[in-house]
Design a protein around this ligand. Sequence first.
Ligand SMILES: Nc1ncnc2c1ncn2[C@@H]1O[C@H](COP(=O)(O)OP(=O)(O)OP(=O)(O)O)[C@@H](O)[C@H]1O
Length: 237
Amino acid sequence: MPAAVDLSALTVVRGGRRVLSELDLTVPTGQVTGLLGPSGCGKSTLLRAIVGVQRITSGTVRVLGAPAGSRELRSRVGYMTQSPSVYADLSVDENLGFFARVLGVGPDAVARVRSAVDLDEFGSQVVGRLSGGQRSRVSLAVALLAEPELLVLDEPTVGLDPVLRVSLWALFARLAQGGTTVLVSSHVMDEAERCDRLLLMRDGRLIADDTPAAIKRAAGVGDVESAFLALVEQEAR
Ligand SMILES: Nc1ncnc2c1ncn2[C@@H]1O[C@H](COP(=O)(O)OP(=O)(O)OP(=O)(O)O)[C@@H](O)[C@H]1O
């Protein structure tokens, strides 16, 4: 099966700084791929390049067989940014209904995505009066509306309690089982274990690209956080 995302020699310079450097990577179709690395390593910039909202300096980014950001990808790629991108003065259902119309999907999608993110009790609640975690789940619900083939999520579990985090990771796994490609960033290394595949990043470069088990095995350690530290140490030598 062709890769959902295929990057070749991607370089991005932002504010005079080289934020991504000659990145080559692929994201397999129908799996949950985790993009992990410390704050500032370039995760959001990479995700922005994949959804086509980042000006790139050089290289190529192909998504679902088309150049990133092309028109035909609009409804095939769902993107959730780090800061909630929904209207604070509208209710959850009004937001979902609005974005459903923008995306041209039927009104029955609203109930489907509301329930997928566990917000059924909050349909008539104004978003401005929700907690941060609830608000980010409304953004996630928007990203799910068009049943995208590729779902790109920038730190979707920040600010969520452990129970909700587990339920969201279960949702990502269910989506992948149904054929959706899920690319999710996090700087919480314990979330790595829930991914089929991991991309570990540091300073705009990829330091590992494999399954969690293979990354731990290669580093001879029992958890991904220790593997990350071992890889950083190896590089410094
Ligand atoms: N608008 C911008 N202009 C210039 N530089 C930027 C801009 N946005 C981000 N950067 C720089 O690009 C680098 C990578 O930022 P990016 O947001 O991609 O990192 P990240 O890994 O997603 O971090 P975090 O986990 O904290 O969100 C950082 O050094 C940051 O300072």
